[in-house]
Design a binder for this molecule. Structure first.
Ligand SMILES: C/C(=C\CNc1ncnc2c1ncn2[C@@H]1O[C@H](COP(=O)(O)O)[C@@H](O)[C@H]1O)CO
Length: 295
């Protein structure tokens, strides 16, 4: 910038920064919030950049520990860990806790991306690596950017929001080769019927849009769909071979991709060893800040 004559200010930027005490209300202004938003992205990217291949699982915060859905989440977390995936959840109670718990118990990496809520809320005790976000939209970016697939367990508004965001990202081609598995045939049947009869009936979606999800009650099938859809393991190699024989390319085939230039192609995933080179900035399951030591 050049300022001459009347445009020259009486003080320098440094003088104003160092010499004036801003009113506290400044921290509630939008420019200040932009900095906070940026810092959440930086913290999230920094924490998660070196994750091994991961799957994000959504589901109700209100599932009790003695409900069958809790057991389902726990088995799913364990099966994903056994298949070599880190597991990412919202870090809360209910189905999120069940999935984190299953992953930890099976020796997998259990991640929780919490959200600041009006009432006190901490990450569940089964989270090994976690961070809490102020802003839903920043947290949502992390769920997509650092996972190769979504599994959606039965849930309420939060889960439905996450399901439909995932569907929209796939439908609009913002992400590709990104399996979405809905678990709980009985729970989701009514919604899928309505989508088929009313939404598809009114031509508000196209027939292929309903093929973007796989519906199952079977944990092994869910994992198999993910391995195939992301081109991993024996199931993935088989699916890739079938694709190349058919010359077919499309959603659910080949390695997962993200059709957004903001997302790095080489997102530092160490698929070879599954090692997690070193995390800083998060908390462990006791709430202690994680150090910079490699795990
Ligand atoms: C309501 C209760 C706790 C809320 N705590 C949450 N912690 C973390 N993530 C949450 C929480 N509530 C909703 N979410 C997100 O939405 C999905 C669950 O929403 P639903 O309406 O319960 O289906 C979940 O996947 C999270 O990402 C009770 O203590």
């Amino acid at each position: 910038m050049t300022a001459r004559g009347d445009q020259v200010q009486a003080s320098t930027t440094d003088q104003r920064l160092l010499g004036t005490r801003s009113p506290a209300s400044f921290v509630h202004s939008d420019p200040w919030r932009v900095l906070r938003i940026q810092s959440e992205f930086v913290e999230g990217f920094g924490l998660l950049a070196d994750l091994p291949p991961a799957v994000t699982v959504f589901g109700s915060a209100r599932v009790a520990r003695d409900e069958p859905e809790y057991e389902l989440g726990r088995r799913l977390g364990a099966a994903l860990a056994d298949a070599g995936y880190a597991v990412i959840t919202g870090g809360g109670p209910g189905a999120m806790e069940a999935v984190n718990r299953g992953a930890r118990e099976a020796g997998g990496l259990s991640i929780g991306l919490g959200i600041e809520l009006p009432y006190e809320q901490s990450l569940n005790e089964w989270v090994d690596l976690g961070v809490s976000f102020r802003y839903f939209f920043v947290r949502k970016t992390m769920f997509v950017k650092y996972a190769e697939a979504f599994v959606i367990l039965p849930g309420g508004f939060g889960t439905l929001d996450e399901l439909f965001e995932a569907l929209t990202l796939l439908q609009t081609g913002k992400v590709t080769g990104f399996p979405i598995v809905l678990m709980g045939t009985g729970y989701w049947a009514g919604l899928l019927d309505w989508l088929r009869s009313t939404v598809l009936g009114a031509a508000r979606i196209k027939p292929g849009d309903l093929d973007l999800v796989t519906l199952t009650d079977d944990v092994d099938e869910a994992v198999d769909v993910i391995l195939r859809g992301t081109g991993r393991g024996a199931a993935g190699a088989e699916a890739a071979a079938a694709d190349s024989a058919d010359g077919a390319v499309g959603a659910g085939t080949g390695a997962a991709g993200v059709a957004d230039s903001a997302v790095d192609a080489d997102s530092a995933v160490d698929a070879g060893t599954g090692d997690v080179p070193g995390f800083a900035g998060g908390t462990d399951h006791t709430g202690r800040p994680l150090g910079t030591e490699p795990r």
